[in-house]
Design a protein around this ligand. Structure first.
Ligand code: AHR
Length: 506
């Protein structure tokens, strides 16, 4: 055994990328599989409250401190009639749900979602249907949710038991409209025009709302990045964010390549920022458009075909990825990627939150447990609030199938000025060897390491299950130390690390 490899991380209190918008720790709940029925909502469950909300699930959502939840889809929204989900539950229609080939009972709808999201301590982000429907349904939906009273839709909401408006601030103008799989798929020209007119009419109802226009479904779409440019040509002055979606997988069982995928996420974000700024310049606009990375995660273990093989089930168990330890490292790298671009990524939603490609798993009628990916999501949400410091990294690199010069060290620092805490999030991508981290922390001489959490496992394919929920869990066993402005730590081979420093008390 030779000397461990070394990497350097320089952070300085004065060099800040931007303040983290806490909404980057958002999540997503779709009418899909068991995300709602058997996930967040299960009236017959022993842990359900009077609304049918599972308290064991809500406890974990609160533990994650999720700030915003996107709803009701996803592909689902492009065939959804929002009016089906309001009013007395016994009168709501059952519908064929075409996106996931299920039966939707509509027992759970927008009002139940608002109640649930309030119970979770989060904010709702609603999507309108720009697939099978258009501006009329959109304006009515905003009126139903946000107008105080005295009109048909606002009084209907009051009649349904919600006297006060929901005041939903964030609205998505459809979902993945560039995708041929989408109900009502559109060209960029068609979508750009429709989104513009929807944005205008929704803002006529409530000028205070914020709007997210659809970017590409992923960076590999043949229409990316022309889609973004054309759509923004129509909508730039009328929207606040453009969406990005990305899912990674390890189909070829090549861990080194899988761990490098966040490098692609970095360049996806940079490209979309570039397009936004190009349109800004083209329009001589004063406004800077920000990004909503409202679907991101690892997704490849499950086969979404289950419901297609046996269609028209209610809440079939589809897209239930069981996440491995290596998936947690990739999720950690993706979170670092979002943090490194905190100056422009203002909203992000892990997709999804419960059961469907999710950090939280349940058994219908049974227990709840944390998947491996829960941990980096929890740590960043708890400790990654504040100002992101510019990370200057010098690290050994490697080449893999999709990328060259991938740094073994992926890292970022978040400074919480109010709490006088600095947290470093770091992944060692090395499959076999620890990495010695040498930190140079400018203007943090008065700080001391208070905790070094590590998430490691000898088996990259290790998972958590209902019967073995603590197989992959973080431990406070890291050896980070600081003396003056120098930090040292051994980052185990294949590890997620959270190094927390706080100002020493006099
Ligand atoms: O999150 C699962 C699906 O992935 C969503 O419905 C869709 O928007 C995306 O393709």
């Amino acid at each position: 055994m030779g000397q461990p490899r070394q990497a350097t991380l320089v952070l300085d209190k004065s060099f800040r990328i931007g303040t983290v918008d806490n909404r980057i720790y958002g999540a997503f709940i779709e009418h899909l599989g068991r995300a709602i029925y058997g996930g967040i909502y299960e009236p017959d469950h022993p842990q359900a409250d009077e609304h049918g909300f599972r308290q064991d699930v809500l406890d974990l959502v609160r533990e994650l401190n999720v700030p915003v939840v996107r709803y009701p889809g996803g592909n689902f929204v492009s065939g959804y009639n929002w009016e089906d989900g309001i009013g007395p539950q016994s009168e709501r229609p059952r519908r064929l749900e075409l996106a996931w080939r299920s039966v939707e009972t509509n027992e759970f709808g927008s009002n139940e979602f608002v109640d649930w999201v309030n119970a979770a301590g989060a904010e709702a982000m609603l999507a309108i249907n720009l697939g099978s429907r258009g501006i009329d349904a959109a304006r009515n939906f905003v009126e139903y949710c946000n107008h105080p009273e005295g009109t048909y839709w606002s009084d209907l909401r009051r009649h349904h038991g919600y006297e006060e408006p929901h005041n939903i601030k964030l609205w998505c103008l459809g979902n993945e409209m560039d995708g041929p799989w989408q109900i009502g798929h559109k060209t960029a020209q068609e979508y750009g025009r429709t989104a513009l007119e929807a944005a205008k009419v929704m803002r006529m109802v409530d000028p205070s709302i914020e709007l997210v226009v659809c970017g590409s479904s992923n960076a590999k779409m043949p229409t990316f990045p022309q889609w973004e440019a054309e759509v923004l040509d129509h909508t730039y002055e009328h929207v606040d964010y453009i969406s990005l979606h990305t899912y990674f997988g390890n189909q070829s069982n090549d861990t080194a390549n899988f761990l490098a995928q966040s490098v692609g996420m970095d360049s996806f974000i940079d490209t979309v920022i570039g397009i936004c700024d190009y349109i800004k310049a083209k329009k001589r606009s004063k406004k800077t458009l920000n990004l909503s990375f409202d679907e991101w995660n690892v997704w490849y273990h499950s086969h979404q075909t289950t419901a297609k093989e046996e269609p028209w089930q209610i809440a079939p168990p589809i897209l239930e990825d069981v996440y491995t330890f290596e998936d947690a490292l990739v999720v950690g790298c993706m979170l670092i990627s979002l943090l490194k671009r905190a100056h422009r990524v203002k909203i992000a939603c892990i997709a999804q939150l419960v059961n469907v490609i999710a950090p939280i798993m349940t058994r219908t009628g049974g227990g709840v447990w944390r998947q491996t990916i829960y941990w980096p999501y929890l740590h960043t949400s708890l400790y990654g609030r504040g100002d992101v410091l510019l990370p200057v990294v010098q690290s050994p690199v490697y080449d893999c199938k999709d990328f060259s010069d991938v740094p073994l060290l992926e890292a970022v620092g978040v400074f919480n000025e109010e709490k006088e805490e600095l947290t470093i999030f770091a992944v060692n991508r090395d499959l076999e060897s620890p990495l010695k981290l040498n930190g140079r922390l400018g203007d943090f001489e008065a700080y001391k390491v208070v905790q070094h959490i590590t998430l490691t496992h000898h088996d990259v394919k290790a998972v958590n299950t209902e019967t073995n929920p603590d197989n992959v869990i973080p431990r406070n066993i890291g050896n980070a130390q600081q003396s003056s402005s120098f930090l040292t730590a051994d980052l185990p081979a294949l590890s997620w690390n959270v190094i927390r420093l706080a100002k020493a008390k006099d």
